[in-house]
Design a protein around this ligand. Sequence first.
Ligand code: MG
Length: 389
Amino acid sequence: MPEKNIVLLGATGSIGKNTLKVARKHPGRIRIAAIAANSRYEPLAAIAHEFHVPHVALYDRAAAALARASGLFPPGTHFHEGPEGLVELAELDGTNLVVMAIVGTLGLVPALAAIRARKTLALASKEILVLAGKFVMAESVRLDVPIVPMDSEHNAIFQCLHAEPSRHVERLILTASGGQFRDASIEEMRRATPAQALCHPNWDMGPKVTIDSSTMANKGLELIEARWLFDIPQERIDIVVHPQSIIHSMVRFVDGSVLAQLCPPLMTFPIQHCIFYPDRDMGTAPTLDFSQTLRLDIRPPDTTRFPCLRLAREASAVAGIAPAVFNAANEVAVDAFVKEQIPFFGIPTLIERTLRAITPCEPQSLDDLLAADSEARAIARELLPLAVA
Ligand code: MG
């Protein structure tokens, strides 16, 4: 029996594909027990055949009906559907690791279900901690279920922190590629199109995170994510621009020593680390080649061209529902930018207007946060015309 029986939620996206690359490399140690996607059942069927996956879920019920009737899946496939289908997979008997790679906050309820079912949670969906970090981390601590971060920066910090007590840690230093507009002028950024924002220089990722990278809202979300994962306030988390994306993040200790984790900018590295942690195994892709000259530049970020960094820090400092509002407004803004309803700088404008329109309060429950999330989305949609100018 392979030792890692994995539930892969978000199998057809970028993280899902990279998880399957790792599984292909280590067939004796990894079994894919269940896969889920939103609506794209054809690629899901191909995965089910290649990896002999018995359980399949589709979030979209219409797609689930088509999938059942399609005849594309292996005989005897167990089908699950809707939000409860994701929860059923997260709790599936005989599995020990849930890879959460669903974009956005749809994965929140299944992530909590996985923790409550005592499954190690390999977390790639940063929005889950941005929205509900307080509650998710509290459950993980209460039930003593580990959350291993798959986001490359957080995975780097997780590796650097290995076995260090928190009193040794002075600061976390998140590295950012700077995205596609790292060296663009403010004028060029004003005229930026969705097609330009969707071309990342270093990383091959899904569309939402690629746009977030172009505004650096992604690093803002990661700042909030790090605050919860490592229980450290935002003022002790720095962000630096590192164009080569080789150093994935760093930790500065109280004695001034700085540890960094380095590898090529490929998601198979953090994904494989999460799957085998605390063990390690042969890498899935070739690593850095130090026989060649390797340049590593680091510089401070420009918050004038990237106001999302300032807004994320403000939201993290205010805490309460503010990070959820930041995240919700950003999702509405990115969607509107991709549909060419607002310009590039309409994204931070909409986030700022939405944050100002909502009275921050301390959520008492997950329901309070989900309500704040819906309210923020509704307000952001109402405020869209103000982000056009
Ligand atoms: Mg990242």
